[in-house]
Design a protein around this ligand. Sequence first.
Ligand code: DX5
Ligand code: ZN
Length: 216
Amino acid sequence: MTAIHPSILSADFANLASELARIPSADAVHVDVMDNHFVPNLTLGLPVVQAIRAATALPLDVHLMIDDADRWAPAYAELGSESVTFHVEAAVRPVQVARDLKSHGAKAAMAMKPGTALEPHLGLLSELDMLLIMTVEPGFGGQSFMDEMLPKIAAARRASDDLGGRIAVQVDGGVNSETILRAAEAGADTFVAGSAVYSADDPEAAIAGLRHLAGS
Ligand code: DX5
Ligand code: ZN
């Protein structure tokens, strides 16, 4: 099932409630949490994600680009996020983090940077509900999709299929009307799009266009 998750990183942070109201057909809202340590950028943290939770009925897909995921991730699940994604590079005990997220009622997702190989981490997959293959270096919106990640997306798809196809394969970074088909053909089913949605005059039309191009 194709899912489109607009990233509010490209929205107007001074008007988040009205920006959220512009994307009612989104499958979830992608919220990028950055700490200026794990990535060289700083966005928002728990209090703002709590406010976002209260401001929309859409499911929240929280993407944690922060150090010390073991410590912080469960609180994002507890506030009512649909899914919480931690980076494998930032977790000391990723299995425990995934279990903590699920015990707090969220789907557990794990992300990997472009330079992180998938194979050493395949054993973690059975603990997860979603795997995020980054298609840019995390930290900023508006970057170009890295085509060299397509084989990694395909490998993630195969690994998910081997486990019955239960684990969603998400891509994040540079997803737009030019690139989404390649990502979908490689096997991604869940697409984060920041600038492609929020830079459009009509975000709802952009979402519909992406969904159509991705094949459903
Ligand atoms: C980047 C973030 C992305 C970002 C994507 O590190 O994780 O979610 O918002 O933005 P676009 O779609 O513009 O590449
Ligand atoms: Zn993201």
